[in-house]
Write a protein that binds this ligand. Structure first.
Ligand code: COA
Length: 162
């Protein structure tokens, strides 16, 4: 039996923290679908969906069993359409828990056919978030510790510092 999972997010842009989680998930599941949300819940993304998908594909190209795809609408609807019954979420710190608990419960109310599974990233990545990385990059800081070189280049180009 093939067990597949999805890892949804905005990935604006994908960071080493996301990558770490995806590498861990790829060891547990036969297939991991990295699902890049077009609906960014009110966030104004720096990269459009196609760009976020392309960056994630570039960064994750070497991991066997990982696919990257964009999607519109509810995450659980996408999961059901794709036959993905496991949704992976990352817990970086206790502060993530409340939101994640709410998110998982709301999704369970929308469908009880998708289970949420939580993974924790390596400690050295627990403070990374995409918005902090964007902020540091746009103010001229070095983001090489937080994102892969290709993402760093894309960020530098986007903020006019390449
Ligand atoms: N390493 C580094 N950063 C991480 C991380 C990790 N392991 N895990 C999470 N983060 C960061 C993300 O980059 C994000 O940073 P940002 O807020 O600075 O952009 C932040 O932590 C929050 O992550 P997450 O909760 O995954 O939010 P998200 O915006 O990436 O994804 C969606 C949220 C897209 C999954 C959610 O809004 C969604 O499902 N939307 C679709 C519509 C829907 O179904 N809505 C109903 C929800 S019940």
């Amino acid at each position: 039996m093939t067990v597949s999972a999805m890892y949804p997010g905005t990935f604006d842009p994908i960071t080493l923290g996301h990558e770490d989680l995806i590498r861990r998930a790829a060891l547990l599941f036969d297939k991991v679908v990295v699902a890049v949300a077009d609906d960014t819940s009110g966030k104004a993304p720096m990269f459009n969906t196609e760009e976020r998908v392309a960056l994630a594909r570039t960064v994750l190209a070497d991991i066997e069993g990982v696919e990257v795809t964009g999607y519109k609408g509810l995450t659980v609807d996408f999961a059901l359409k794709q036959g993905l019954r496991v949704m992976i979420r990352g817990l970086r710190a206790v502060s993530d828990f409340e939101y994640e608990f709410q998110f998982a419960n709301m999704n369970r109310h929308l469908t009880d056919e998708v289970e949420t599974a939580f993974l924790t990233p390596t400690e050295k990545h627990t403070f990374i978030s995409s918005s902090l990385v964007r902020e540091v990059a746009s103010l001229g800081g070095d983001v090489s510790e937080f994102v892969s070189p290709k993402v760093q280049l894309a960020l530098m180009e986007r903020v006019g510092r390449a």
